[in-house]
Design a protein around this ligand. Structure first.
Ligand code: GDP
Ligand code: MG
Length: 435
C-alpha cells in the first residue's frame, strides 16, 4: 500500500497548480493505490468522495497553499477512517475484563502474552483465563507464556467446558485489576464458534472485547469482523502479523465494518513486537509524508515564510552562508530540533544530517553569540575567516578560539550535506517552497 500512495503524494507535493482536474487525478490515484492494496471498494469510493468534495469546496485556511490543503484533507480523512486518535486501553473499572476473540491462528494467545507484558510495564498485574478447549496444547502454550512473566493463569486441560472454565476463572480472579480471557478460534462449524463466543460473552460480561485479526488476510478481515460483532460487542481490534506482508488495507476494511478502533498492532512473533496503534502515525507513514500534519501546524505557527524559503533555497543550491545558518538556527528554535524538522520533509526521511541532530540548544546559543561577533561581510563570505579573524571573533564573543573553529567546521559540514541532498534532486520539485 505504502509505495503507491507515497508516489501519489510525492506527485501532489510537486504540482504547482491545484485545480479541479488535478484534484480528480490525485483522488483517482489514491483510489487505485487503495484498491490495489485490497481495501474494500465501497470504502474507497466513500473515502475518495469525501476527499474530493472537501478539496473542491473548502477554502484553504489562511497561510496554507491549496496544495498543502489537499494533502491535509487526504491525511485527515484517512486518519478519521481509522478512528482518529490513538486509543489504548483505559482501565477504569475493577475487574477490567478483556475477552479475546478471533479465528484460530489469528494470534490471540501470542497477543495476550504481549498485552500482559504491555500492561505489566504500565503497572497493572493482569491475570489470564484459558477457555480454549479446542486446541490440544492451548493451556500449555499459555502456561509457558505467562509463567515467564509471572502472570497468574487459570485453566484446566482436562475440562472441556469453555463456559465452566470462564465461570471458574472469573471466581478465581475476582479481586484482580485486569482479567484476560483467551478463547478458542475453531469449531467444526463457524456458527458453533460464534454461538460459543455469544454465551461466553453473556457469562463474562467483558468490559472490552478485543477482536484479533490476522493482518495478512486482506479484505476478508471485514467479513470476519462482521461475523464476530454480530455475536458480541467488538470494542476494539488488534491486527497481528503486520511485520510480514503489511496489508494495511485489510486493517482499514475491518475497522470500517465494525466501527471499532484498532488499538494495537502485532509486528512479530516476539513478546515485545507489539505497538499501540496510532492512526496519525500510521497514515503518515503510509503516505510517506513523515509527520506532515504537525509540520503544517508548526510551520504555520512559527515560520517566517520568506526567510525560510530563501534559506532553504540557498541551502539546497550550495549557496549556504553563515547568514543562512543563523536563519536556520532561528527556525530550529521555533520548530524544534533540526532532526525532527528534517524528518518531516517529504522524501528526506532519515537522510538527516547527523551533525545537525547532534546540536543541542546550548550549543546553538553559543554559536549564535559567536556569530554576533562576526561582521556582515564575514557572515556572507565565511571563507574570509582565517586565523586573525578567528582570534578577534573569539575575543569579541568571549570564547576560546577552538569554539570558533568548531562553529566553522559545523558550518562547512552542514554546507556539504545540504549540497549533497540538493544534488540528489530531492527538492527539485518545489516541495521545499513551503519550508
Ligand atoms: P491463536 O490461535 O489465535 O491463539 O494464535 P496464536 O497466538 O497461537 O498464533 C498463531 C501463530 O501466529 C503463531 O505462530 C504466532 O507466533 C504467530 N503470530 C502471532 N502474532 C504474530 C505477529 O504479530 N507477527 C508474526 N510474524 N507472527 C505472529
Ligand atoms: Mg490460542
Amino acid at each position: 500500500l505504502g509505495e503507491n500512495l507515497t508516489k501519489t503524494m510525492k506527485k501532489l507535493v510537486g504540482m504547482s497548480v491545484i485545480d479541479k482536474k488535478t484534484i480528480k487525478e490525485v483522488v483517482k490515484e489514491i483510489q487505485r493505490a487503495l484498491i490495489q492494496s485490497d481495501v474494500n471498494i465501497a470504502l474507497v469510493l466513500d473515502l475518495s468522495k469525501k476527499i474530493e468534495s472537501r478539496a473542491l469546496e473548502e477554502e484553504p485556511p489562511k497561510g496554507i497553499t491549496p496544495r498543502e490543503y489537499v494533502i491535509t484533507i487526504i491525511y485527515e480523512e484517512m486518519v478519521n477512517l481509522l478512528g482518529g486518535d490513538a486509543a489504548g486501553l483505559d482501565i477504569d473499572v475493577k475487574p477490567y475484563k478483556i475477552l479475546f476473540l478471533g479465528l484460530q491462528g489469528s494470534g490471540k494467545t501470542t497477543t495476550i502474552g504481549k498485552l500482559c507484558r504491555y500492561l505489566q510495564k504500565k503497572g497493572f498485574n493482569p491475570a489470564v483465563v484459558c477457555t480454549d478447549t479446542w486446541r490440544p496444547a492451548a493451556y500449555e502454550q499459555l502456561r509457558q507464556l505467562t509463567e515467564e512473566m509471572q502472570v497468574p493463569l487459570y485453566g484446566d486441560p482436562d475440562n472441556k467446558d469453555a463456559l465452566d472454565l470462564a465461570q471458574k476463572g472469573l471466581k478465581e480472579f475476582k479481586n484482580r485489576k485486569v482479567i484476560i480471557f483467551d478463547t478458542a478460534g475453531r469449531h467444526k462449524q463457524e456458527e458453533d464458534l460464534i454461538a460459543e463466543m455469544d454465551t461466553l460473552d453473556d457469562i463474562i460480561q467483558p468490559t472490552e472485547s478485543i477482536l484479533v485479526i490476522d493482518g495478512t488476510i486482506g479484505q476478508q478481515a471485514g467479513e470476519q469482523a462482521k461475523a464476530f460483532s454480530q455475536a458480541t460487542d467488538v470494542g476494539s481490534i488488534i491486527i497481528t502479523k503486520l511485520d510480514g506482508s503489511a496489508k494495511g488495507g485489510g486493517a482499514m476494511s475491518a475497522v470500517a465494518e465494525t466501527g471499532a478502533p484498532i488499538k494495537f498492532v502485532g509486528t512479530g512473533e516476539r513478546i515485545d513486537d507489539f505497538e499501540l496503534f496510532d492512526p496519525e502515525r500510521f497514515i503518515s507513514r503510509l503516505l510517506g509524508m513523515g509527520d506532515i500534519q504537525s509540520l503544517i501546524e508548526k510551520a504555520e505557527d512559527n515560520i517566517d515564510e520568506d526567510m525560510a524559503e530563501k534559506t532553504m533555497k540557498n541551502m539546497m543550491s550550495g549557496k549556504f552562508t553563515l547568514v543562512d545558518m543563523k536563519n536556520q538556527f532561528e527556525m530550529m528554535n521555533s520548530m524544534g530540533p533540526m532532526q525532527q524538522v528534517l524528518s518531516m520533509i517529504p522524501g528526506l526521511g532519515n537522510k538527516v544530517s547527523k551533525e545537525a541532530s547532534k546540536m543541542t540548544e546550548d550549543k546553538i546559543e553559543g554559536y549564535k553569540i559567536i556569530m554576533s561577533s562576526m561582521t556582515q561581510k564575514e557572515m556572507e563570505n565565511p571563507k574570509l575567516i582565517k586565523q586573525s579573524r578567528i582570534k578577534r571573533i573569539a575575543m569579541g564573543s568571549g570564547v576560546e578560539e577552538a569554539e570558533v573553529r568548531d562553529l566553522l567546521k559545523y558550518y562547512n559540514n552542514t554546507k556539504k550535506t545540504m549540497k549533497g541532498i540538493g544534488k540528489r534532486g530531492r527538492f527539485g520539485n518545489g516541495s521545499m517552497n513551503r519550508m
